[in-house]
Design a protein around this ligand. Structure first.
Ligand code: AP5
Ligand code: MG
Length: 224
């Protein structure tokens, strides 16, 4: 049986949250809940939520709490309470963090660990400029920057390593949206780390190593 873990993967845009979450979900056997993936799913399906979130996402701004909190908590609470979960991209401000804690507490549960993946800004810019994501499963892929233009124009489009879906560049991976997302992270999301540090559940992991190297470090702070 999978071990019960309630984890938040935290870090700036491009730190590798999605990349690590995919590995960890398999290694730990717990479901991965990504707020960004959920919004992109709604965007693609042109649901009312997707249409309302679209402009904020395109600009690299946080989607307002009244559109975000309910859909994430609904997912978290739908999970069998013994199963655990891994959140990626939520919480992103103090209010979201408090609401999550309250909801878990009502079920006599609490987060086990918040793992922050730390990557310097120059490397984030480099990674996001070369990122292609899968339209189907949303898995991120790295394409070296000098090959990115070629890949973006390729026909048929290159395919996802995991599910064979079509790869595309996210609209918020344009340079001005990337800059805004980093700015928003520093102003609104980074302060949440203090909240978790005070609760003694924060682990900070350098994210500049290889994907496998970062994965080992994350497993170590999770006691695995
Ligand atoms: P979201 O989808 O969460 O985006 P993000 O936080 O900006 O993070 P990214 O997905 O860009 O990066 P990542 O850390 O997952 O990195 P990845 O693994 O892909 O949110 C998007 C938008 O949705 C927000 O801007 C907001 O509008 C809205 N939103 C979402 N949640 C919200 C919330 N809670 N409240 C309000 N609004 C919300 O890796 C990046 C690249 O690097 C890839 O190419 C990957 O292959 C490569 N890579 C990964 N690890 C390594 C490594 N170790 N070495 C070299 N390359 C690596
Ligand atoms: Mg991601």
């Amino acid at each position: 049986m999978a071990e019960e873990f309630r984890i938040v993967l935290f870090g700036p845009p491009g730190a590798g949250k999605g990349t690590q979450a995919q590995l960890l979900a398999e290694q730990l056997g717990i479901p991965h809940i990504s707020s960004g993936d959920l919004f992109r799913h709604h965007l693609r399906a042109e649901t009312p939520l997707g249409l309302r979130a679209a402009d904020y996402m395109r600009q690299g701004l946080l989607v307002p709490d009244d559109l975000t909190i309910d859909i994430i908590l609904e997912r978290v609470m739908a999970i069998n309470s013994e199963e655990g979960f891994m959140l990626d991209g939520f919480p992103r401000n103090r209010h979201q963090a408090e609401v999550l804690d309250d909801a878990l507490e009502r079920r006599s549960r609490a987060l086990d660990k918040v793992v922050c993946i730390d990557v310097p800004e120059g490397e984030l810019l480099r990674r996001l400029a070369g990122r292609f994501s899968c339209r189907e499963c949303q898995a991120p892929h790295s394409i070296p920057q000098d090959a990115s233009a070629e890949v973006a124009d390729a026909s048929p489009f290159p395919q996802c390593d995991h599910c064979g879906g079509e790869l595309y560049q996210r609209e918020d991976d344009r340079p001005e949206a990337i800059r805004k997302r980093i700015e928003v992270y520093q102003a609104e999301t980074l302060p949440v780390l203090g909240y978790y540090r005070d609760r003694r559940i924060l682990a900070e992991v350098p994210g500049t190593d290889s994907v496998e190297g970062v994965n080992q470090k994350v497993l170590t702070v999770l006691g695995r």
